[in-house]
Design a protein around this ligand. Structure first.
Ligand code: FES
Ligand code: FES
Length: 171
């Protein structure tokens, strides 16, 4: 049976008919074409599907679309303004080589932005613990952790100081 869901995704009001079993990640990818949110497992372990729902990072494969009805959802596509600068966390991933194939990256970045909103200067240990639910098969995590630490500092510094905060501890 179809259910109509309505939500705000990346600042736009959207709606669609979904089955009761449709996952939020399926709604985002298949109904809205927002394929930056990835599916890397069927066990809710990889974190490639992380988006923000009402400001909190959530694995979008663990939520039904109907459960997100009425919510504000942000995906990787909505993190930076269209045609504008990268979000400071995206810029930090680029600067610190925090990705290789990039498959895990949208989920990593969305998780990391949530951390940056809670902790202006997380330690390496805090970053590693926060990213426990995000799996990367390529990088060995070292540069991801550096990127997240720098990205959180850049978020705290604000756009004007982001450029200064991103330098200094790269290889
Ligand atoms: S797709 Fe792997 S945790 Fe959601
Ligand atoms: S960069 Fe390839 S899975 Fe993380």
């Amino acid at each position: 049976m179809a259910n109509t869901v309505k939500m705000t995704v990346n600042g736009k009001a959207v709606s669609g008919d979904v089955e009761a079993r449709t996952l939020l990640v399926q709604f985002l990818r298949e109904n809205l074409g927002l394929t930056g949110t990835h599916v890397g497992c069927d066990t809710s372990q990889c974190g490639a599907c992380v988006v923000h729902v009402d400001g909190q990072s959530v694995k979008s494969c663990t939520l039904l679309a109907v459960q997100a009805n009425g919510s504000k959802v942000t995906t990787i596509e909505g993190l930076a303004p269209a045609g504008g600068d990268l979000h400071p966390m995206q810029a930090a991933f680029r600067e610190h080589h925090g990705l290789q194939c990039g498959f895990c990256t949208p989920g990593m970045v969305m998780s990391a932005v949530d951390l940056g909103k809670r902790n202006k200067a997380p330690s390496e240990q805090e970053v590693r613990e926060w990213l426990e639910g995000n799996i990367c098969r390529c990088t060995g995590y070292h540069n991801i952790v550096k990127a997240v630490m720098a990205g959180c500092r850049a978020m705290a510094a604000g756009p004007a100081k982001a450029a200064a905060a991103k330098g200094g501890d790269d290889d």
